[in-house]
Design a protein around this ligand. Structure first.
Ligand code: EPZ
Length: 443
């Protein structure tokens, strides 16, 4: 397993281009299942482990991933799909695999997908998805760790989510796209990745409208034509690099972003003292403050502060000048990075779903272990800020799931960071490690 070795204490300076969004690419890629008449083309797709996984899954269903003339352009032909099952060994590595349920139901009226199981940040059930499918006329059977769904036909219905669910909203939109009649989705999630998927589907012949912030109406159509879409920028990668500038007292220009999707992150970083200059709708400059102010963070569904930026902001707050409270309101176990940040010298106390962070003068390098995607980003950021000694982050396969060429982008900004192959396999098996780390506490 690869490790990242970081010599921190240097300000990051320069320009970085942000890649396409992982969380928009995944639903848009699986939506190609509904377009079987010709090749689907998806542009600005990031080169990530999760993208490799979803391509593997589509291939296992019988789709063909074609050669492309550009690394970020994906060409898929799904005419050959003849299998409707997503196996456990694929789904367990990436929960978002459950997104195949919607398009397989829409196109083939059936699917069999392994239940995703929990992950480090929580139980992550999919009951909202399945209850919504039932309202569309789908029979849902759960046994032996698999969910089996089938229907003679899907009929539009009124669906109201108990709380907003990103992939739940995406799955239901896809299932309803080819259904008979109209589906009204209430308390729909508002993340921009959903609207990017809606844009892609509408340009391909679907009829989907967000009529109010949390209401989406899908008028079923008979057939779609061609999927050809450029994925929007990754707002969480952008936010992560903004924190990289703030935590190293650097000066970074971000390019190829969508500033309007970063409002709460811009506000919070400005409140903490960073100087942010908006160059255009797709570029900003962020300069780190000499003294970082402590700011309280409370995560919530979009458009509020994103849970996917909580760990990164905590890294910044560990070297702030006072005390702050970070409240995690979306997932029940998303503080796995706390124990590791404490190893770097941070002063953090966790009580239920909030963490009290007392800023320390400096962090010092240590060996730490990544536990999930955004926790690994948080540890890299803390390592960049540690001015005393090397930081080694192990299990960075978590990082590779959601960040494209991170060490290359950071090195280009002046970071002293390298990826090394771990000399020997970790002495402790994964299961034991997770047990020690209270894995699945929320499961
Ligand atoms: C999406 O996960 C993202 N993943 C996550 O990003 C992100 O953290 C999350 O939305 C919240 O913004 C993708 O888009 C691929 P939810 P998702 O359904 O859809 C509960 C990353 O770092 N819930 O919006 O799985 C759930 O437990 C990843 O890129 C149910 O109870 O999240 C959570 O508490 C991590 N039943 C809350 O709702 C359900 O059926 C919101 O979850 C579904 C969800």
């Amino acid at each position: 397993m690869d490790k990242m070795v970081i010599e921190g204490g240097f300000p990051l300076i320069g320009e970085v281009s942000i890649s396409g969004s992982k969380n928009a690419s995944l639903p848009i890629i699986v939506s190609s299942i509904m377009f079987d008449g010709c090749d689907s083309e998806i542009h600005n797709v990031p080169d990530l482990e999760d993208i490799k996984t979803i391509k593997k899954l589509l291939t296992s269903l019988g789709a063909e991933i074609k050669e492309s003339d550009k690394p970020d352009k994906l060409i898929i032909n799904t005419s050959g799909i003849n299998n409707y099952e997503a196996p456990y060994d694929l789904v367990k590595t990436m929960r978002a695999s459950v997104l195949v349920l919607g398009p397989l139901l829409a196109k083939y009226k059936r699917a069999r997908v392994s239940l995703p199981g929990g992950c480090a940040i929580g139980a992550r059930p999919i009951d909202f998805h399945l209850n919504a499918f039932k309202l569309l006329g789908v029979t849902v059977e759960v046994e032996h760790g698999y969910v089996e769904v089938y229907a003679d036909k899907l009929k539009g219905a009124e669906i109201s989510f108990p709380i907003p669910s990103v992939t739940g909203t995406e799955n239901v939109i896809m299932a309803a796209t080819l259904a008979e009649g109209t589906t009204v989705i209430k308390n729909a999630a508002r993340e921009p990745e959903i609207d990017d998927m809606i844009l892609a589907l509408n340009n391909g012949g679907a009829d989907i409208k967000r009529t109010e912030p949390s209401v989406i109406i899908v008028n079923g159509v008979k057939k779609l034509n061609k999927l050809n879409h450029k994925v929007l920028p990754d707002r969480i990668e952008a936010g992560t690099f903004m924190v990289a500038s703030a935590v190293t007292k650097g000066d970074i220009v971000l390019k190829d972003i969508n500033v309007s999707h970063l409002r709460t992150v811009i506000d919070k970083l400005s409140e903490s003292g960073a100087k942010i200059i908006i160059n255009s709708s797709s570029s900003l400059r962020i300069k780190g403050a000499k003294t970082i102010k402590s700011v309280d963070i409370s995560t919530a569904p979009y458009p509020d502060f994103p849970t996917d930026m909580q760990a990164q902001m905590m890294a910044l707050m560990t070297i702030s000048s006072g005390l702050c409270v970070i409240t995690e309101n979306v997932f029940e176990n998303r503080f796995m990075h706390v124990a590791e940040l404490i190893r770097l010298g941070a002063s953090i106390k966790v009580r239920n779903n909030f963490a009290i962070v007392k800023g320390v003068r400096k962090l010092s390098g240590a060996e730490v272990m990544a536990t999930d995607l955004r926790a690994s980003a948080s540890l890299v950021l803390a390592g960049l800020a540690s001015s005393d000694g090397l930081t080694t982050v192990s299990r960075i396969y978590h990082l590779d799931r959601g960040y494209e060429k991170m060490e290359k982008k950071l090195s280009n900004l002046g970071a002293i960071i390298s990826r090394v192959k771990a000399s020997e396999p970790s002495a402790i098996p994964d299961e034991q490690v997770f047990k020690d780390l209270n894995y699945g506490k929320g499961a």
